[in-house]
Structure formats: structure tokens, C-alpha cells
Design a binder for this molecule. Structure first.
Ligand SMILES: [Zn+2]
Length: 250
């Protein structure tokens, strides 16, 4: 895929932003340093900025130089995960127990790069809103932005978001109609060994001993690494996934 040369010129700068964000990961609704960096850079590009949207979100607005009134929004998420980083490279996380393991540092840097390019050229008609969303990881940052009226205060015809997918070859995008990656679900599988399968005393004994170990719970593969997250009332449920279901029953 050909890359617009002017954006390619930003590569070193964008890599620097990404590594800075990776070094200082912040989890849901705690993206204060990240938001400050985003707001400062947007401002330096000449883009109007609103901070504190949905606690730690940032929205930039840029009007093009050509006549016309269409408006779109480009969206990136900013939060990291409560995971201890084991990497040893120079920009590894300096925040104990936090890591940009989902690539939102890259998303933020990419949207900053797009904002810098569009602000430099303004070679478009209408308005672009740059939405830097907090708390994508299970905590409903987008929902809070909507509840705070972002879709009413910022009028746009479409919003575009994306998520990295390491399994795809570089330079390729995957899209599909309708919703994708808009929610997660969990489920429990309980299985019990059939009595008829335990044909002798020894196997019955083993089955009895193992009864307590035969109950498994399968969920998102990140489940063991998620500590209990804070709910709206400030309470912590001992099980973050159960807490999520209680707050958002389906
Ligand atoms: Zn993610």
C-alpha cells in the first residue's frame, strides 16, 4: 500500500510518541498523562481541543480549507491493561503492573499523526473531529462519552475507528459490515465425568478426587490478568467479569 510521503515523513516522530506512551501506560479513566500529551500535541498542530470528556478523554476539532459542510470523526482509544510488562527494550513500561499490551499506544500515535497531517494541509472540505477515548478495556469509555452528550455536541456524519490486529500482514486492513469488536461476552462451561465412564473402583476414586478440579471457567484469555475494576459507585466487585454483567445485564 503506498504511503502518502508527507505522513511517512512523520514516522520517526510518531514512533517517538508511541514509545513515550508505551513507557507510561495508564489504565481506564486514569489516562491523565496520556491526555495531557494528546492535548498538547493537538494544540501545537493548531487544533481546537476539549479535555476532560468522559473524565480523561480528549476531542480535537479541525475545519478544512475547502467549502463544504460534511463532518466525520476519527477515533482512537488510549488506555492500557493491568498487565506487568516483561519486555526488556528501552521503552518498556515504567508503570508497575500496567502495559500497553493491546496496542492503544499505537492507535493514539496513529491518530495524532493523522491530525498533524490534516492540520498541516487542511486540504479537505468540512470538519474532522479527533476523538481520543478513555477506557476502552471493559470500562465503557465510549458509553460514558455518549452519555455526556458527545454525539449531540459534536455533529458528524460518520465515525471511524480501528484496532490493530497483529495476525494481519503489514499494509492490510480487514473490514466487515456491521458491528465488530463492539463488545465481549463470557461463558462458563461445567463438565462432569460420566459415571458409566468410571468402570472400576480406582477410576471412581480418581474421579472423586478430581471432582473439585473438573469445574472450569473459560473466558477472555486476559481474564487472569484483570484485577477487579472500579464500578461507577466506586465499589469493587471481587470478580470484574461478574461486576460487568451486573452493571450491564444482557
Ligand atoms: Zn484494544
Amino acid at each position: 500500500m503506498p504511503v502518502i510521503n508527507r505522513i511517512a515523513d512523520f514516522e520517526t516522530e510518531m514512533a517517538g510518541w508511541r514509545r513515550d506512551l508505551h513507557t507510561h501506560p495508564e489504565t481506564a479513566f486514569e489516562e491523565r498523562r496520556t491526555a495531557e500529551l494528546v492535548a498538547r500535541l493537538l494544540g501545537s498542530f493548531g487544533i481546537a481541543v476539549e479535555c476532560g470528556v468522559a473524565r480523561s478523554g480528549v476531542i480535537g476539532t479541525l475545519v478544512g480549507s475547502k467549502p463544504g459542510a460534511p463532518a466525520i470523526a476519527l477515533r482512537a482509544d488510549m488506555d492500557a491493561l493491568p498487565i506487568e510488562e516483561k519486555n526488556g527494550f528501552a521503552h518498556a513500561s515504567q508503570h508497575h503492573g500496567r502495559m500497553h499490551a493491546c496496542g492503544h499506544d499505537g492507535h493514539t500515535a496513529m491518530l495524532l499523526g493523522a491530525a498533524k497531517y490534516l492540520a498541516e494541509t487542511r486540504n479537505f472540505a468540512g470538519t474532522v473531529h479527533f476523538i481520543f477515548q478513555p477506557a476502552e478495556e471493559n470500562e465503557g469509555g465510549a458509553r460514558l462519552m455518549i452519555e455526556e452528550g458527545v454525539l449531540d455536541r459534536y455533529k458528524f456524519d460518520a465515525v471511524y475507528g480501528m484496532h490493530n490486529w497483529p495476525g494481519l500482514p503489514a499494509g492490510q486492513f480487514a473490514i466487515r459490515p456491521g458491528a465488530v469488536m463492539a463488545a465481549f461476552d463470557i461463558f462458563e462451561i461445567h463438565h462432569r465425568r460420566s459415571r458409566r465412564a468410571c468402570g472400576d473402583a480406582a477410576s471412581r476414586h480418581r474421579s472423586g478426587r478430581r471432582r473439585g478440579a473438573n469445574r472450569h471457567r473459560l473466558a477472555d484469555d486476559r481474564q487472569p490478568q484483570h484485577p477487579p475494576a472500579r464500578g461507577r459507585g466506586g465499589q469493587r466487585h471481587p470478580d470484574p467479569w461478574r461486576r460487568h454483567l451486573e452493571r450491564d445485564p444482557r
